[in-house]
Design a protein around this ligand. Structure first.
Ligand code: CP
Length: 313
């Protein structure tokens, strides 16, 4: 039984303010556990988690695995390249067979938009989206907001600028919806070819589109630089990487227009010298590695709350 209004975590769009607050506040308690000498609690003892990754991952996968260990869950890892999918088994048959082994919770990453929602409709397991295509990456959005709240307390009225390839970014979408629900102002900045096609839809939610990076950073409390997907250059969606950096790179020069205390964020993996300079990524305002640390606590909170675990033990 979920301790949240939502049964699964498929995206942050439509997740209530109440649920967001419960997850972020619970994550604070789990974050403290990560600073203890013994970083383990029995909250998910007896719960079985399957990590179903159909796409490469460093941060998300290791973070979920660690979160499961910290909560004393039993967990197994699935790798599509060594599974019976290579023999033609369908995704649904794969899922039904895994479910028949009496699992409770499935963490899924897939290049196809909507795969986690599809699995949620067709299985009895609790589904957590670990990134689906260009749709959503809800636990990344949550860990980003958690990291911002560590500095600002509340995100109400705060300005967050997201720079780069928003069109293909699930990280951007989850941040947009989560931040919007929590009362922050979101600005999007990047080349027109990398902005979402359904701009009106985002504008209706109060999102601002600003093509000039200096204006987009003016007064920003946090900036999220998105990974530039270099393959987009081949799709003719980009000029040269050098030109991209000149216009949209998060550089020390561009940051002169932001508040002195602006938080520098990036979901990783980073293309240094393209979407962000090393001096900024490794500089005093960077919380990029804090995001990674906080990710474990946020994932602990999400799994604990969705499975109705026992945090007080
Ligand atoms: N931020 C993120 O999703 O990174 P990985 O692709 O390494 O999991």
């Amino acid at each position: 039984m979920s301790f949240l209004e939502t049964k699964h975590l498929l995206g942050l769009r439509g997740v209530s303010r109440n649920d967001l607050r419960t997850i972020l506040d619970t994550a604070k308690q789990f974050r403290e556990i990560l600073d203890r000498p013994v970083k383990k609690v029995p909250s998910l003892r007896g719960i079985t988690v399957v990590n179903l990754f159909f796409e490469n991952s460093t941060r998300t996968r290791i973070s979920f695995e660690l979160a499961e260990k910290r909560l004393s869950a039993d967990s197994v890892n699935f790798t599509s390249s060594s599974s019976s999918l290579t023999k033609g088994e369908s995704l649904l048959d794969t899922m039904k067979n895994i479910e028949a082994m009496k699992i409770d919770l499935v963490v899924v990453r897939h290049k196809g938009t909507g795969v986690p929602a599809f699995l949620a409709r067709h299985s009895g397991a609790i589904i957590i989206n670990a990134g689906d295509g260009a749709n959503e990456h809800p636990n990344q959005g949550l860990l980003d907001i958690f990291t911002m709240e560590q500095k600002y307390g509340s995100m109400e009225g705060r300005v967050v600028t997201i720079v780069g390839d928003v069109r293909h970014s699930r990280v951007a979408r989850s941040n947009i919806w989560g931040l919007h629900t929590l009362g922050a102002k979101v600005r999007l900045c990047g080349p027109a070819t990398l902005m979402p096609r359904n701009r009106n839809f985002f504008e209706a939610a109060g999102v601002e589109f600003i093509s000039d990076i200096h204006q987009a950073l003016d007064g920003a409390d946090a900036v999220i630089a998105l990974r530039l997907q270099k393959e987009r250059q081949e799709d003719s969606l980009l000029p040269t990487l050098r030109e991209y950096r000149n216009f949209f790179g998060v550089t020390s020069e561009a940051l002169q227009h932001a508040k002195p205390e602006v938080l520098i964020m990036h979901p990783g993996p980073i293309n240094r010298g393209v979407e962000i300079d090393s001096s900024v990524a490794d500089g005093p305002n960077s919380v990029i590695l804090d995001q990674v640390t906080n990710g474990v606590a946020v994932r602990m909170a999400v799994m604990y709350l969705l499975s109705g675990g026992r945090a007080d033990e």
